[in-house]
Design a protein around this ligand. Structure first.
Ligand code: NAP
Length: 265
């Protein structure tokens, strides 16, 4: 039996185990996906131990996505984002970031052609960094808006074709934008949106990285404005699909994975 898993703290409510196990079941793969919650000071021994025990792949989540960079060989994208969410144990331990590809695939599904698109990314934390690099690599012009404006400006210096702004610039930035991604945690705890409803319009495709709740205030406002909406579960699904395909070499059964995670949202 092959073992895959998730390292983070806490990981108790993670949707990754049912999502990946639905794929193993569908494809008849003899594997389990388990969660691990090491203390921060034990992270290195946990990763080395997993390698020694023959674990095939690990996802990494808060608060370890940055720390893991030091413990594996990150690929170019993960190194630029500064975060690893997927470790491949085949041969040398390599680190990857599938949040970027997950966001892009979810947006493409929402009709976005990133090349030459005008994209607004709200947030400059982990999800914001991944989304901004993903969109820029795919040819979009990226405007990053963040509560802490210096963080947006610093990120914009690293990302090609990007600019950094405060949240007060959102209405201006969105007026001729094609794509909006909420990569902040706003909307999770309270029924709030980081974007003024009257800045939204029908020319936008709006992805909210928040997936709990699935239908956020931002997505409701976007729908009311006539925009195309993509929920955070699609991004979560496709980051999982990319990790699964990297680890197993098999084509992921995305419909079954999606059903497994939506059943729990
Ligand atoms: P993070 O690194 O902690 O970044 C949090 C971001 O939210 C920062 O930009 C922060 O701005 C902003 N923020 C927090 N509270 C705010 C507020 N009250 N008003 C305005 N901005 C606020 O977190 P993360 O890992 O990027 O995650 C962000 C969200 O994305 C979470 O909801 C997470 O669940 C989701 N996510 C989803 C997926 C998916 O697959 N769907 C993948 C990754 C993350 P400051 O810089 O000013 O603090």
């Amino acid at each position: 039996m092959d073992v895959y898993g998730l390292v983070g703290n806490p990981v108790g409510h993670s949707l990754s185990p049912p999502m990946h196990e639905a794929a193993y079941e569908e494809l008849g793969i003899d594997a389990r996906y388990v969660t691990f919650e090491p203390d921060a000071e034990d992270l290195e021994s946990a990763i080395r131990g997993a390698a020694a025990l023959g674990v095939r792949g690990l996802n990494v989540t808060i608060p370890f996505k940055r720390d893991v960079l030091e413990l594996v060989e990150p690929d170019d994208l993960a190194a630029r984002i500064g975060a690893v969410n997927t470790i491949d144990f085949a041969g040398e331990l390599t680190g990857h970031n599938t949040d970027a590809g997950g966001a892009l695939r979810a947006l493409r599904e929402g009709g976005v052609e990133p090349r030459d698109a005008n994209a607004v990314v709200v947030g400059a934390g982990g999800a914001g960094r991944a989304t901004a690099f993903g969109l820029a690599d795919a040819g979009a012009e990226v405007r990053i808006a963040n509560r802490t404006v210096d963080r947006a400006r610093d990120l914009a210096e690293e990302v090609p074709h990007a600019s950094g702004h405060g949240l007060d610039a959102l209405a201006d930035l969105l007026s001729d934008a094609d794509v909006l991604v909420n990569a902040t945690s706003v909307g999770m705890e309270t029924d709030a949106s980081p974007v003024p409803a009257d800045a939204l319009h029908g020319g936008l495709t709006v992805l909210d990285a928040v997936y709990r709740p699935l239908e956020t205030r931002l997505l409701r406002d976007a729908e009311a404005a006539g925009a195309t909406t993509v929920d955070g579960a699609r991004m979560l699904l496709y980051q999982g699909v990319e990790a699964f395909e990297r680890w197993t070499g098999a084509s992921a059964p995305a419909d079954e994975m999606d059903a497994a995670l939506r059943a729990r949202l």
